[in-house]
Design a protein around this ligand. Structure first.
Ligand SMILES: [Zn+2]
Ligand SMILES: [Zn+2]
Length: 319
């Protein structure tokens, strides 16, 4: 599973960051899901290898414009490009109502079916082998995280033992992998001696705006990656006050450490933070603050940055 950032700014776009949108791709094949769709997301898509025809589902975290104003434009363009496959749309009821009103008032006609799900009513949704469920967060408006779980338990051969015992390669190995015992010249080879079940399941949590990371404690159990906002550093968060409903780097770092999260990706940075390498305030301040409290692997998202989560649950940044 790959995570590709299409927008990493909070509230308003900057010259180097658009407002929030994140693509979750299958490692193989072209299918993908979109989490949030800030204004201009369809323009960002023109710069990456993602086809709107292969988009299976859109998940909106909450009703603020920097997370959903790109929705009608993106879907209108999909219709104009002749898309026919149905699309799943998961969002708070208010976002669905706004979207439906826009469709009606602007006489938008779709060439494909949009299956809408109110997140408030949703337990889980299966998107081609990936199960998705929402978790309610704390923000000025009801905001959700989406938890993506790809269950994969596979039979794996113990190659070293097969070679050591001189088990003839080829069909026999295939049978053992399927769990069948094999007899060759009176000698029995037991599947249980040569094949074992390997859990290659992967869990990714992508959170919307949230001022209380602890609400994700349960969701982050066994998760390989958390994508969470860090709109501010602590000093700025204290100046703007708690009413904004956002998190700062120390807070998210402390939380990620407390649940022993292996990989943390921070995003949704206030536009006051300049790109890495510039004088303070820059996103380097956010990275330093988070690193002081979190000992796992920390990444700060940038527009068009892509990360791959492999079957061993290791996350790497693709340059
Ligand atoms: Zn936001
Ligand atoms: Zn918000």
């Amino acid at each position: 599973m790959n995570i590709l950032f299409l927008g990493t700014s909070s509230g308003v776009p900057t010259r180097s960051r658009n407002v929030t949108a994140i693509a979750l791709k299958d490692s193989k094949g072209s299918g993908w899901s979109l989490i949030d769709c800030g204004e201009g997301t369809q323009h960002q898509l023109l710069r990456v290898k993602l086809s709107v025809n292969a988009l299976r589902a859109i998940f909106i975290t909450h009703l603020h414009g920097d997370h959903c104003y790109g929705l009608p434009g993106l879907l209108a363009s999909a219709a104009m490009s002749g898309r026919t496959k149905p699309l799943q749309l998961v969002a708070p009821k208010a976002v669905l109502d706004w979207f439906k009103a826009t469709v009606e008032l602007t006489q938008l006609h779709f060439s494909f079916e949009i299956e809408m799900h109110e997140v408030e009513q949703l337990n889980t949704l299966d998107i081609q082998g990936i199960s998705v469920h929402p978790v309610l967060l704390s923000h000025r408006a009801p905001s959700y995280a989406y938890v993506f779980i790809k269950k994969e338990i596979k039979s794996v051969l113990n190659i070293a033992k097969l070679k050591q015992d001189r088990v003839p390669q080829g069909q026999v190995w295939g049978q053992l992998k399927k769990g069948e015992n094999v007899v060759i010249n009176g000698q029995e080879y037991k599947a249980s001696d040569y094949a074992f079940m390997s859990d290659q399941s992967r869990k990714i949590v992508i959170a919307g705006d949230n001022d209380t990371p602890e609400l994700l404690t349960e969701a982050c159990k066994d998760a390989a990656v958390l994508v969470h906002e860090s709109t501010y550093t602590k000093d700025v968060a204290e100046k703007v006050g708690p009413a904004v409903g956002h998190s700062y780097a120390e807070q998210v770092g402390r939380f990620a450490e407390s649940v022993k999260l292996p990989h943390l990706i921070l995003t949704h940075f206030s536009p006051r933070y300049k790109p890495s390498g510039y004088s303070s305030p820059s996103v380097d301040d956010i990275a330093l603050e988070a690193k002081a409290y979190y000992s796992g692997e920390l990444f700060l998202a940038e527009d068009f940055a892509e990360y791959a989560l492999d079957k061993m649950n290791k996350l790497t940044s693709l340059e």
